[in-house]
Design a protein around this ligand. Structure first.
Ligand code: UD1
Ligand code: CA
Length: 454
């Protein structure tokens, strides 16, 4: 059977108080609508239709690469009218699933059970709420069969006391739906063509209506203002952190961590408070990320430790490496097994070989470092001449003293030692001490100036 998914996204969303159309508001770094489209794309759907309107072309323009049929609803005359706009593109033998662009947390399993129920007639997703105010109520007859949906504004006192509400999500066979939509009218409190009115029409036509209960109220929450947006954000965060914990991560406090990208975790990974993981991040078994670290688009190997307050971006941290506290790994930083980068060290586009160390206050840029090399405190690779970047090459077992400047392009050969305070601009030969600093002099009898009397 063909499945067509219609996502309603034409509404204005006045309560957001924003220049951005509601469905483009960011949730976990992506527009609300992207979450709904991604979930729909994961269903075995024949086609995806998005009904847009308020905000004009801004909405389709935000998704230039999506396989979506964009349907404009120039005037927002109601949810029934919105679905009707998509119907010309849908075949009679299809099944239609209606989703809302501002209901972003629906699980694919829930959508699947609606689709399955729609093989027998009309399927509605409903949920019980402690406070159903504002929602359409599910009206049932004495035998418990659904007979209609009544909107809050059209409901009488008895109907308003019903706590089972319409989430807005439904599924129905296309041919019947097309007929019911054409028979809708706007004789109601809001003067709109309500999608919900197809329920009474289906019942009158003898088509069964099935209410599928949503897992929980959170899954079907609508995002109408910034408060609900923050609630949805917290829910997404909770879900993602739970995924990591299921993969084997120990999380110091699930409420104080942010997972914004695609993160995969090995066993016994530890994530401390205030950690932010963004983009594509891979954390291997027993990797340890300390408090207040940002790790973006990076790979952290087995048993590696990222100490507090470090920023790791576009980097590869090998097994058993140690980074930070207060270290910055920039794109192209590659630390091989057991390498160490300490406090206030910045590494960019550089490889640090196995067991090599830069422990304090250094800048290592555009550099290749061999294995078991020690880079002393305050060492700087001068990689930029004001116009171009140049490389520094440092061999195995090199010892670079403190406060050294390496003026690139330059090479320090294996086993070399560089005296502290040197400015190295020529090749430093292997297994040799190279010192490039002025000699120390002591002047006997020299007098310190004294303050003149006035
Ligand atoms: C709707 C349901 C209500 C349900 C509630 C759940 C109807 C008549 N009512 O009410 O039973 O409890 O959702 O949240 O369906 N939209 C369009 N074009 C329009 C009108 C709306 O695309 O002309 C879109 C909106 O952008 C939104 C969705 O449809 O994504 C729902 O519209 P909204 O006005 O929020 O419906 P509610 O009054 O909340
Ligand atoms: Ca709504």
């Amino acid at each position: 059977m063909n499945l067509d998914v219609v996502i309603l996204a034409a509404g204005q969303g006045t309560r957001m108080r924003s220049r951005l159309p509601k469905v483009l508001q960011p949730l976990a770094g992506r527009p609300l609508l992207a979450h709904v489209m991604d979930m729909a794309a994961g269903l075995t759907a024949a086609r995806l239709h998005v009904v847009y309107g308020h905000g004009g072309d801004q909405v389709p323009a935000r998704f230039p690469d999506r396989q979506v049929s964009w349907v404009e609803q120039p005037e927002q005359l109601g949810t029934g009218h919105a679905v009707e706009q998509a119907m010309p593109g849908i075949a009679d033998d299809a099944s239609v699933l209606v989703l809302y662009g501002d209901v972003p947390l629906v699980r694919p399993e829930t959508a699947d059970s609606l689709i399955e129920a729609a093989t027998r007639g009309v399927a509605l997703l409903t949920v019980r709420m402690d406070d159903p105010t504002g929602y359409g109520r599910i009206v049932r007859d004495r035998d418990g069969r659904v007979t209609s949906i009544v909107e809050q504004k059209d409901a009488d006192e008895d109907e308003r006391s019903i706590d089972e509400v319409n989430t807005g999500l439904m599924a129905a066979p296309a041919d019947r739906l097309r007929d019911w939509l054409s028979r809708l009218d706007d004789a109601n409190a809001q003067g709109e063509f309500y999608l919900t009115d197809i329920v009474a029409l289906a019942v009158a036509d003898g088509v069964p209506v099935e209410a599928v209960q949503a897992g929980d109220a959170e899954e079907v929450m609508g995002v109408n203002d910034k408060v609900q947006l923050a609630e949805a954000e917290a829910a997404v965060r909770r879900r993602r952190v739970e995924e990591l914990m299921r993969q084997g991560a120990t999380v110091a406090d699930p409420g104080r961590i942010d997972v914004r990208g695609q993160v995969t975790c090995g066993q016994d990974v530890f994530l401390d408070v205030g950690v932010v993981l963004e983009g594509e991040v891979r954390l291997d078994d027993r990797a340890h990320v300390g408090p207040y670290c940002v790790v973006r688009d990076s790979h952290v190997g087995e048993d590696a430790v990222i100490h507090p307050h470090s920023v790791v971006e576009g980097a590869g941290v090998g097994a058993a490496c140690s980074v930070g506290p207060f270290a910055r790994l920039r794109p192209g930083a590659q630390l091989e097994t057991g390498a160490k980068v300490g406090n206030f060290v910045e590494v960019k586009n550089s490889r640090l070989g196995e067991g090599s160390k830069a422990n304090h206050l250094s800048y290592v840029g555009d550099t290749t470092v061999g294995r078991d090399t020690n880079i002393g405190a305050g060492t700087i690779t001068c990689n930029y001449d004001g116009a171009n970047k140049h490389r520094t090459v440092i061999g195995d077992r090199v010892f670079i003293g403190s406060g050294v400047e390496l003026v690139a392009p330059v090479e320090v050969e294996e086993g070399a030692t560089i005296g502290a305070g040197s400015t190295i601009s020529k090749r430093a030969p292997a297994e040799t001490l190279t010192v490039a600093r002025s000699r120390q002099v002591s002047i006997r009898g020299w007098k310190r100036p004294t303050k003149k009397k006035t």
